[in-house]
Design a protein around this ligand. Structure first.
Ligand code: ADP
Ligand code: MG
Length: 688
């Protein structure tokens, strides 16, 4: 049998089964062999019934008697019982919710069983939900047995019966090896054929624990393949994005330096200086820039970006600054206008959904009259044309898909790749930066502007809310300003409005006498703007808000935050929210008020209270949620990983990255195209 053979040719696969398998994407023998077991049962040793003890799994062989179905009063609940005897003794068996067994099992026949033995007082030991195969059909006695996840109506036993015979007299070398042999040698990994055989038919001496913990060499091999394909995709993308020769020549001389210095509202931190230097070096480098700027909330990314943009504008190019929400775009527009407006013309482009960014504004952008376009997704809509885009900045990259990034880049002339700076306040764990962002060059702002004091954080159960608002009133009386954040749990507009109104009533009652206002995403832009301005100006002292304020909102006078129902927020989100306070000279505080806590929520809040360090929070977040959730698999374009586990397989990922780069350098892009696809034929990640 070779790997390409259609499954129809496999014994036991008729037209109906072939169709069922094809529906699950399994067409060839190799496809079926790539359906690897999810766990393994140790049935190497068949023990006499008299030797079993409670608390372990055993393989037993004997005859069944007293097979019977027990009627229960509970609906949807069934029991089948029987007794197994083998000459050394007998033991009762119970199967829950497998009523069909009653029809299948025959009194007096000999079976091979595998399952847990438990104590069932006062009756003694019993065998619980064992797998059960008639001895004449069971070729799995005395082995480590693979257990498969079902494919359509084909259960684990049926799959075993299909797959195992294929491997009899099977030559692993008949499976074409997709990876270059030198890599397997370098990393000490088995070939694909050997790995698959080892998983479907583990040798007699291997460690069952290693198999079940996915630590076997065969597992490593499959995980490595997956990661290598991903890293090849990433390396190809990177090559394509950065290989283009630089065509935009920036002006960086004493005149420009003088201009930039003149724009500065305060002294840059050492970190800001360093990062700006890294960016300017890129702008003068041989290829278009592709750089990620990460810095914790409040580290002053916007200022760095503004100065880099000034270099672009001063060089005669246009700039783009893209933010994930309208509120944020508006705020950035204001601060960029404040910083750069005296010297350059800045335009605001929002309203992506309704496709209504002002046509006049678009004309002025196309004519090059507007030099800096600040906006939301509206910026990458069709019909938004730049005359000569030099530098594009994307804020809070984790909200942008890579597709959008490509679209923004496409706004430049075909021949002229604009430079790209993406910024994020959610520091990206190394692991994810490698996978999702294709290993961009990374600059880090690891220093906060002077005068910041850490935010004192308290996690408080809802029952003690009174005390929290007492503190809030004291803070207001002392001249502070306060955010109260509520989650909008429900998607439906009506319940959302109701829960917000309820929260508003409560907050107004607690803070009676203080000017309060409400801010949420559904307010018309003008109203939202008015509320934000009033809060920034201090006319409003307490702002009740939904997570629209999560990223970027910058009111340095805000010194206190109450997060209601804090258990409903993710860790990164909590950190983002808290980043809205502690931005000015006043020592700030944050209260996370919570209801009933799940285990995960408890962990999140513990971490939140313990640390204010964005990097630590990001790592913890990754541990709690896993990479798919952290980035959103679809959004980030992270391909779904089947075999590899991140961050556990971090080391393997690094190896794959090094190997992918080395291959690319040596063999060139074309030779690697084939490796870009995953085993399932999907493109590895976002490279399209
Ligand atoms: P980020 O976007 O990184 O969260 P911002 O760019 O919004 O941070 O900056 C946070 C606050 O710090 C803003 O009020 C900004 O004006 C101020 N800021 C930035 N750089 C400095 C600096 N070098 N010295 C003092 N304040 C600064
Ligand atoms: Mg920001």
């Amino acid at each position: 049998m070779n790997g390409d053979a259609p499954l129809r040719e496999v014994r036991g696969v008729g037209p109906a089964r072939a169709r069922a398998l094809a529906e699950a994407g399994l067409v060839t023998v190799l496809d079926l062999l790539r359906h690897v077991p999810t766990r393994w049962e140790d049935r190497r040793e068949v023990v006499p019934v008299s030797a079993v003890t409670a608390g372990s799994a055993f393989t037993l062989r004997g005859r069944l008697s007293e097979v019977r179905r027990i009627r229960t009063r509970r609906r949807g609940f069934s029991l089948v019982r029987a007794v197994l005897g083998d000459g050394s003794g007998s033991i009762p068996i119970v199967w829950f919710n497998q009523p069909y067994l009653f029809q299948q099992l025959r009194d007096g026949e000999e079976y091979l069983l595998h399952g847990m033995v438990r104590e069932n007082p006062p009756h003694g030991l019993e065998l619980l939900n064992p797998s059960c195969e008639a001895v004449d059909r069971a070729f799995h006695s005395a082995r480590i047995v693979p257990v498969y996840s079902s494919v359509g109506s084909l259960g684990p036993a049926a799959l075993r019966r299909l797959i195992d015979p294929i491997l009899t007299d099977f030559d692993p070398a008949s499976i074409p090896e997709p990876l270059p042999e030198e890599l397997l040698l370098r990393r000490g990994l088995p070939s694909l054929g050997e790995a698959l055989v080892a998983l479907h038919r583990p040798g007699h001496d291997v460690s069952v624990a290693a198999l079940n913990e996915r630590r076997s060499p065969a597992h490593r091999r499959l995980a490595y393949e997956e990661l290598l394909r991903m890293q090849v995709a990433v390396a190809l993308l990177r090559a394509r994005e950065t290989a283009a020769p630089r065509t935009l020549a920036y002006r960086v001389d004493d005149h420009v330096r003088g201009v930039v210095r003149g724009l500065l509202p305060f002294r840059l931190t050492a970190a800001q200086k360093r990062v700006l230097g890294e960016i300017v070096a890129d702008l003068r480098g041989p290829h278009p820039m592709l750089r990620l700027l990460q810095g914790d909330v409040g580290s002053g990314k916007t200022l760095v970006a503004a100065l880099a943009l000034a270099v672009a504008l001063e060089s005669g190019f246009q700039g783009a600054f893209m933010a994930p929400t309208e509120l944020l775009a508006e705020q950035h527009f204001r601060s960029l206008e404040r910083l750069l407006g005296k010297r350059y013309r800045v335009g605001l482009f929002v309203g992506a959904k309704r496709g209504q960014s002002d046509p006049r504004l678009r004309e002025r952008l196309a004519a090059g009259e507007i030099q800096l376009a600040v906006g939301t997704h509206a910026l990458i809509q069709e019909g938004v044309v730049f005359r000569r885009l030099g530098l594009a900045v994307v804020d809070e990259q984790h909200r942008f898909g890579v597709r959008q990034r490509a679209l923004l880049r496409g706004k430049g002339d075909q021949e002229e790749q604009p430079d790209l700076l993406v910024m994020t306040a959610t520091p990206i764990p190394r692991t994810l930066a490698l996978t999702a962002w294709g290993d961009l060059e990374v600059s880090t702002l690891d220093e906060l502007p002077p005068g910041r004091t850490p935010v004192a954080t308290a996690v408080v159960p809802a029952g003690k809310r009174r005390a929290v608002y007492k503190k809030v009133r004291e803070e207001l009386a002392a001249g502070g300003r306060v955010y109260v954040v509520v989650p909008l749990i429900d998607e439906s507009a009506r319940t959302a409005a109701a829960s917000l109104a309820e929260a508003e009533e409560r907050v107004r009652a607690e803070l009676a006498g203080w000017p309060c206002a409400v801010l949420h995403g559904r307010l018309p832009a003008a109203e939202r703007d008015r509320v934000m301005q009033a809060f920034a100006a201090g006319e409003v002292k307490a702002l009740l808000a939904t997570t629209v304020i999560e990223v970027g909102v910058d009111v340095p006078e805000a010194s206190c935050m109450v997060i209601e129902s804090a258990e409903r927020f993710g860790l990164a989100q909590l950190h983002q929210l808290r980043g809205r306070v502690g931005r000015g000279m006043r020592p700030s505080c944050c209260f996370a008020v919570h209801g009933r806590l799940s285990e995960d929520a408890k962990r999140r809040l513990e971490v939140f209270a313990r640390t204010d360090d964005g990097f630590e929070i990001a790592e913890e977040d990754l541990k709690i949620r896993g990479p798919g959730d952290v980035l959103g698999t679809r959004q980030s374009g992270l391909p779904s990983l089947r075999q590899a586990r991140l961050p556990d397989d971090w080391e393997l990922l690094e190896q794959a990255r090094d190997d992918a780069r080395e291959l690319l350098g040596r063999l060139g892009e074309e030779a690697l195209e084939g490796l870009r696809k995953t085993a399932e034929g999907e493109t590895a990640g976002w490279v399209e």
